[in-house]
Design a binder for this molecule. Structure first.
Ligand code: SF4
Ligand code: SF4
Length: 293
């Protein structure tokens, strides 16, 4: 697999508003996501726990799915949700927030991007570090394995250029669904009766910090290969998420306050240095530095 990622970040942001063809590929899961996040990055139990331990639990969020009558589910708020043994199933991934970005040589616009994307260089602030998600490190190898179109090819189709330079999959992409994934990448919320109102909040981008902390806690306390949840570990992780006050959590709020409507041209926006680096974000090297190395 060989990629040309300079000036792209198509897999890190939501570029539906600047694409001519409809983009709708968030199908990795048992049903239709309740949220409208594009390019959701599902994390493993160990990755979730590591973000929480580093004080970065405030960058995490859940994804749940609506399913039809023929799929195993449980009804919450009158909606049938994907479930495992009566417990709502969910992923935990990274939050997105609007940032002023100019991917693929376009004009600078407010687009929802991963909280870790440097909006100027379009490089990942945690690339190659120990928090760098396996899902990102191996992208788009899983798609190539499954013969599913990649984001790189969608970008090529819309904006031209060569992005996917070599389409040979590489590495072990691990289970995303199936029994091995339970408690490792797909989690199950043990008390559905606690979730009143969650469907509307997920659907309207209205998740509260308490909602996010509860799901992250269950994921961190899960035991891979089972539905068991270590209650002490889950409670500790939930408390840590509620206490978290990281640079990235604060930057998400600051971007949301500064942003215009998603897709709108960005006129004199604050810089990534002002919003993120000033709050403690690691800087990115830029593409010239990578070319020289
Ligand atoms: S963690 Fe980095 S590579 Fe992964 S989606 Fe976010 S910005 Fe992109
Ligand atoms: S969409 Fe493909 S080419 Fe673009 S940044 Fe992601 S992996 Fe790289």
């Amino acid at each position: 697999m060989e990629l040309n990622c300079e000036g792209c970040a198509g897999c890190c942001l939501d570029w539906r508003s600047i694409a001519e063809a409809p983009l709708d590929h968030e199908h990795r899961g048992p049903g239709e996501p309740l949220d409208d996040v594009y390019n959701f990055v599902p994390l493993t139990r160990d990755e979730v726990a590591q973000f929480v331990e580093r004080g970065l639990g405030d960058v995490l969020r859940p994804r749940l799915w609506r399913v039809d009558e023929d799929t195993l589910g449980v009804v919450v708020d009158g909606v049938r949700l994907a479930a495992i043994d009566g417990r709502p199933a969910f992923f935990v991934g990274l939050r997105k927030t609007p940032k002023p970005v100019a991917p693929f040589g376009t004009e600078e616009r407010w687009l929802d991007t991963c909280a870790f994307l440097d909006p100027e260089t379009l490089q990942c602030r945690i690339h190659g570090g120990d928090l760098y998600p396996d899902e990102c490190a191996t992208y788009p190898s899983r798609n190539l394995d499954l013969d599913v179109e990649t984001e790189c090819e969608r970008v090529e189709r819309e904006f031209g250029g060569d992005r996917l330079l070599n389409d040979e999959p590489e590495g072990d992409n691990g289970p995303l669904l199936g029994p091995q994934a339970i408690g490792a990448k797909v989690f199950a919320y043990p008390q559905p009766e606690e979730l009143s109102g969650i469907v509307a909040r997920l659907s309207n981008d209205g998740l509260t910090a308490t909602d996010r902390a509860a799901f992250v806690g269950v994921a961190a306390g899960s035991r891979p290969g089972s539905l068991a949840v270590d209650e002490d570990r889950a409670a500790a992780a939930t408390a840590d998420v509620l206490d978290a006050d990281s640079w990235v959590g604060r930057a998400i709020e600051a971007w949301a306050d500064a942003a215009s409507e998603v897709g709108a041209r960005a006129s004199d926006p604050p810089s990534g240095d002002d919003v993120e680096v000033a709050r403690g974000a690691p800087e990115t090297p830029g593409w010239d530095a990578l070319d020289e190395s």
